[in-house]
Design a protein around this ligand. Structure first.
Ligand code: IVH
Length: 670
């Protein structure tokens, strides 16, 4: 086959593959095969400049960046649809249509209303020559180069239609592409887009088509102007568009009556989240073109169609201020104070802004016009600003450094989105903290759950953990729904909790990062609350598994005067502050030492050796590093021994190891 024929074959195959992928949504060849054909075509075209063509699938390039967009006058106005919100409005539309036509029944076609932006695509002799935005309906902007890089826009029709042909449809951004785009932007430090429509609209207006390409826009055609007489209905027009190579939305339904149309609307309002693109309603159109013509147009809206709009999920309004509340777990939550705006029948005045990092990464400023989303029962949230509407008076928000409820220090560990109040007795957190204090893994106070915690805090009976121990049966009995018997049991349970020991108390205090395991290690190594509260980060990190984050968190906890006061009050109430369980001898020479075991030991298994070391406060690890103190080499020790020698780490044999253990267990008094 000569190069010319091969080029034609490849182009036809690639065009067909694109059509099956973008239009029929039924790809028939694998990506790899496609890439291979594309590569071959590129090679032949490079070697034979005379075979190059603007219409080759290799040439889905836009155009050189331009300074601005040229105006394009639409030959027929790009109309918009009148809105209908209620069932009554849809019925009224149907009645008017039937009355004007003098028909007892009129057939409709229902299409999804894609939430993107309308464009007009002009073809000459089957070749894409010009594309424009809707603009004001009469004059739009020329964006041919940008439309050329959208894979669903056919550069050449599947039929060589003589003369001019104009298709219209919607450019949009898939939700999945939108999320990926925002992820990329986040990684590059660029602000996120508030919604797919804004991202699509901005993408189509890039002066450099390469930037448009990066947005991964998509396209659905829904009509063409001046249909030939052979095509008598909208339904047939959609079929024709598909045959010509345009992507057409598959969710279309003929409706013999308005009731069927209403059912289609309801179905898709329910199912809209199943789609990978946003729809904002359903377009109900009179199917027959001759009827459409007789009905005509008033102002901008055709009388033969109506847009049934779904309940709105978002609106634009002014962000008047940001307040900060403290959640039950101590998180500082920024809340938007909005100029009141109605979304889907409800007036919204407040919305969440999640956290400080969210505000910063979305570049949201006080005074901005912002997009607010409210979907279903979910709390309304601010998704982003409309930067184009900025006046320069907007202010950047900073999280307070003191808790707005109790005035304690606020901490936001590096790499975390949430700032937190550091005070364990902060009234905002108290209910949750009290419940946790009393939970089974902590102080195990049976009967003190959610409800009672709420009541105690709300009634002002408990302001800090220690207040619990001052409560008597009478006080409890005065609370709602608590009988005398349960009150007595509770008093007993509270008294019994005084003897739980340091581990449980540490768990109960709710120090960040200090869960059951860490609490047990800290209690084992430090023995008393006094010693733990005096420990600096370095000595904390000498304990097994305590890294810099945990150490910093423990330090921060004890550095708060309020927390020290709360602990003192607990001690005064008689709560035990020492650990009684097994402890390493206080002067164990092996405490904090790092061991690596290698090879086989004759007198004990590796697990036994590990346990013996851990009981003495030493740590074991599987790999040798500069931090290793000793490598214990048993029989047939291998690469670890080698590595120890390279690093100059002392190696000991089994006998020396056993002696070390014995000595550490019964230290010679100093
Ligand atoms: S028909 C005269 N069909 O919604 C009819 N429009 O105000 C013109 N849209 O500007 C539009 N999906 O951008 C039609 N299946 C669909 C549509 C659709 C989205 C947009 C279009 C138009 C607006 C209607």
């Amino acid at each position: 086959m000569n190069a010319g024929d091969r080029v034609e074959t490849l182009r036809a195959q690639l065009d067909e593959a694109n059509y099956r992928y973008y239009v029929l949504d039924a790809p028939t060849i694998a990506d790899a095969a496609y890439d291979e054909m594309m590569r071959e075509l590129q090679e032949i075209e490079a070697a034979h400049p005379e075979l190059q063509s603007e219409l080759s699938p290799t040439r889905r390039v836009g155009a050189a960046p331009s300074a601005r967009f040229a105006p394009v006058e639409h030959r027929t106005t790009m109309l918009s649809l009148a809105n209908a919100f209620s069932i009554d409005e849809r019925r009224a539309f149907d009645e008017r249509v039937r009355k004007l036509l003098g028909e007892p029944q009129v057939a409709y076609i229902c299409e999804l209303k894609i939430d993107g932006l309308a464009v007009a695509l002009r073809y000459r002799d089957g070749v894409f020559v010009q594309g424009a935005t809707r603009g004001d309906g009469r004059v739009g902007e020329e964006v041919t180069g940008n439309l050329r890089v959208i894979p669903g826009v056919p550069l050449r029709l599947r039929e060589r239609l003589a003369g001019e042909f104009e298709a219209r449809g919607e450019v949009y951004l898939r939700k999945s592409d939108f999320h990926e785009l925002n992820l990329r932007r986040e990684r590059n430090g660029a602000p996120r887009f508030a919604n797919p429509r804004n991202a699509a609209s901005g993408g189509l207006r890039q002066l450099d088509p390469e930037l448009t390409r990066e947005r991964h826009l998509s396209f659905f055609a829904y009509t063409f102007v001046e249909p030939p007489p052979a095509i008598a209905t909208q339904h047939a027009a959609l079929e024709r568009l598909r045959a010509l190579g345009f992507p057409v939305n598959p969710n279309v339904r003929p409706a013999a009556s308005i009731d069927e149309a209403v059912a289609f609307c309801e179905e898709w309002e329910r199912r809209r989240d199943e789609l990978d693109y946003e729809i904002d309603g359903v377009a109900i159109k009179v199917d027959r073109f001759d009827f459409q013509e007789r009905l005509g147009t008033v102002a901008r809206d055709p009388r033969w169609a109506v847009a049934f709009k779904f309940k709105a999920r978002e609106a634009t309004t002014k962000l008047e201020g940001i307040t900060v509340s403290v959640g039950r777990t101590g998180t500082l939550n920024p809340n938007a104070v909005l100029a009141p705006v109605e979304i889907g029948g409800i007036t919204i005045r407040n919305a969440t802004l999640h956290n400080e990092a969210y505000i910063a990464s979305n570049d949201i400023r006080i005074g901005d016009q912002v997009i607010v989303v409210r979907a279903g029962d979910v709390i309304p949230r601010v998704v982003g600003p409309i930067r184009e509407l900025r006046t320069g008076k907007e202010r950047i928000f900073h999280m307070p450094t003191k808790c707005p409820v109790c005035g304690a220090d606020v901490d936001r560990p590096e790499g975390e989105a949430m700032a937190r109040c550091t005070n364990a007795s902060c009234p905002a957190q108290l209910v949750e903290r009290l419940r946790h204090f009393a939970s089974r893994a902590a102080m195990d106070i049976e009967g003190l759950g959610d409800v009672l915690s709420e009541q105690l805090v709300a009634g002002g009976l408990v302001k800090t953990f220690a207040d619990l121990y001052a409560l008597d049966g009478q006080r409890f009995a005065s609370l709602e729904r608590l009988g005398e018997k349960s009150a007595a049991n509770l008093v007993q349970a509270i008294a019994a909790s005084k003897k739980r020991g340091l581990t449980r108390l540490l768990i109960g205090l709710g120090i960040r990062y200090v869960g059951e395991q860490t609490a047990a290690i800290l209690a084992r190594d430090f023995r008393t609350m006094e010693a733990l509260s005096a420990a600096d980060e370095e000595s904390l990190q000498r304990s097994e598994g305590i890294g810099p984050e945990v150490a910093a968190s423990v330090r921060l906890f004890f550095a708060q005067r309020r927390n020290r006061d709360a602990i003192e009050a607990l001690a005064a109430a008689g709560v035990e502050m020492v650990e009684r369980g097994a402890a390493p001898p206080p002067d164990s020479a092996l405490k904090g030492k790092r061991f690596v075991l290698t090879g086989t030991l004759a007198s004990m298994t590796r697990d036994e050796a590990k346990a013996a070391l851990e009981a003495l406060g030493a740590r074991t690890s599987d790999s040798v590093s500069g931090k290793t103190d000793f490598v214990v080499a048993g029989e047939e020790a291998g690469s670890k021994l080698q590595r120890a020698k390279e690093l100059g780490v002392p190696t000991i044999d089994e006998e020396t190891f056993r002696r070390m253990l014995t000595e550490a267990r019964s230290p010679t008094p100093r």
